[in-house]
Design a protein around this ligand. Structure first.
Ligand code: SAH
Ligand code: SF4
Ligand code: F3S
Length: 483
């Protein structure tokens, strides 16, 4: 494991080893020398800042980037006035891209004040050739660019950036590789994301993810279990298993294990208290999974099950591979088997060809299923996806009208649903001291609802019993009963 490696004993003058992860340890040792020398020259520690856009997968990737930077000797900066800034980008919707461009302008002004500052970009946006072209032309002050497939090479790329002049650019089209045993620096000491698979093979017609994250690859069960066991020994009590479609875990893999079986194995890990996962595609959600969730004492009572649309016609055009009725039946079955479960979802409004009557159908599904929360997105046309080439794009005003109508139903339904918890006493994992009032703590229930309660900061990271007293729309204020 990584923890047993002494970087200072690696001879970084010799030629680098070919095999991984030894090669990255070697470059990490080189980075450490560089950071040491620079710090000496400047008479202060070097600082680094990782900025994350996008989903949980990116958040976990950023912890890996932070792990490398920490091992290289950087101190964490609280803002972007740092010696090294890296943006881990998202491209799922155009507004994610625009935010990156906007902030890059600001970084340029910071770099003018600190000319030795280094700027790096990585993540999903970098897998798009048009983005790379634009950055080379208009943002040539960027020092390092890499993509999603070679993030494991971060130490090597960092070392190249320190040692050579001009922009370092390394983008791969795809990969079948998974490199284990690299460091990660967790945001929370008591909970962690765990990648169980990478990439996506579903090609929903609106979605860019399969193009920028590549083909589906499942991590070997023994590597996942070993990582979780080691995290638990460091104090982690809650894990979130991550993949674009966790229900297809193990498909086309050398080993034979389904997602439901993997969950059963994870459940056995002593000391682990809570298991979450994200995201489930409705088309692959098995009865076995429902039964494993039902029996489990550790799997949280929350399922995020993206609907996208409640109209079968639109679902078909989206290539989602289920109908409105199949989704409703599935939700019904889950609710019957696990009555205290919270269902949440994602919805897109304004997909090509969508008409007000399709939005009505989506609204109907929302009301029938009674989601606890739904993330609603305006359709964003992503170049290269099949939906982008469809002729019947929806006018922005029409999409916005549908979006507003839908959002209101989503909020009303969620508000009504969450009321059912009033008066109950439930376990909450205390996540942090409340931002507004330091006498209050913020915790998360098994079903993902947030609760604020009065308590001491020593409880952060602990699971406590909370009496849910007042419902404030999407969250509760409660009273701490016991630890
Ligand atoms: N793998 C997950 C979703 C990943 S992207 C799944 O299949 O559910 C997260 C959400 O972004 C999606 O569920 C979808 O609702 C939304 N999304 C993806 N592409 C989009 C686009 N082009 N425009 C608007 N929303 C989009
Ligand atoms: Fe995108 Fe569909 Fe894959 Fe989710 S399952 S990442 S929405 S292509
Ligand atoms: Fe965005 Fe990439 Fe995640 S496009 S949503 S960061 S997989």
């Amino acid at each position: 494991m990584y923890e047993t490696i002494d970087l200072d004993r690696i001879d970084s003058i010799q030629t680098p080893p070919e095999e991984e992860p030894a090669r990255q340890y070697y470059f990490l040792a080189r980075c450490r020398k560089y950071v040491e020398n620079e710090s000496r020259r400047m008479g202060r520690a070097l600082t680094a800042r990782v900025v994350t856009f996008g989903c949980q997968m990116n958040a976990r990737d950023s912890e890996k980037l932070s792990g490398i930077l920490k091992e290289a000797g950087f101190q964490t900066a609280d803002d972007e006035e740092a010696d090294f800034v890296i943006y881990n980008t998202c491209t799922v919707r155009d507004n994610a891209n625009q935010r990156v461009y906007g902030r890059l302008g600001h970084l340029n002004s910071l770099k003018k004040k600190n000319p030795r500052m280094k700027i790096a970009l990585c993540g999903c946006m970098m897998q798009e050739p048009s983005v790379i072209e634009k950055i080379r032309k208009s943002y040539s002050f960027v020092d390092l660019i890499f993509g999603t497939h070679n993030i494991y090479k971060f130490a090597e790329l960092l070392s190249a950036m320190f040692e050579q002049e001009g922009m370092v650019l390394d983008i791969w089209k795809d990969t079948d590789r998974i490199v284990e045993d690299l460091p990660a620096s967790r945001k929370y000491p008591f909970k962690s994301g765990i990648n169980i698979m990478f990439g996506c093979n579903n090609f929903c017609s609106y979605c860019i993810v399969p193009y920028v994250r590549g083909r589906e690859r499942s991590r070997a069960p023994r590597d996942i279990l070993r990582e979780i066991t080691s995290l638990v020994s460091e104090g982690v009590v809650e894990v979130m298993l991550l993949g674009q479609n966790v229900n297809s875990y193990g498909k086309n893999a050398e080993f034979s294990m389904t997602f439901a079986q993997l969950l059963e194995e994870v459940e056995q890990i002593e000391g682990l208290k809570r298991i979450r996962f994200m995201t489930s595609h409705p088309k692959d959600l098995s009865d076995d999974l429902i039964q494993v969730m039902k029996k489990s004492t550790k799997i949280c009572r929350h399922l995020h099950l993206p609907l996208q649309s409640g109209s079968t016609r639109i679902l078909e055009a989206m290539n989602r591979k289920y109908t409105r009725e199949q989704y409703l039946r599935l939700a019904d079955k889950i609710r019957r088997e696990i009555p205290d479960i919270s269902l949440t979802t994602d919805i897109i409004v304004g997909f090509p060809g969508e008409e007000p009557r399709d939005v009505d159908e989506t609204i109907d599904v929302i009301q029938k299923v009674g989601f606890d929360n739904a993330f609603t997105f305006l359709y964003s046309r992503r170049t290269g996806t099949p939906a982008a080439a469809m002729a019947n794009q929806v006018m922005p005003e029409v999409a916005k009208e549908g979006f507003d109508r839908l959002l209101k139903v989503v909020q009303d339904t969620a508000r009504q649903n969450i009321l059912r918890l009033k008066g109950q006493v439930l376990d909450a994992l205390t996540e942090e001291v409340n931002e507004q009032d330091e006498h209050f703590l913020t915790g998360r229930l098994s079903n993902n609802t947030i609760v604020h309660f009065r308590g001491d900061k020593s409880l952060v990271g602990k699971i406590v019993k909370v009496h849910l007293k007042e419902c404030h729309g999407f969250y509760y204020v409660g009273e701490l009963l016991s630890e």
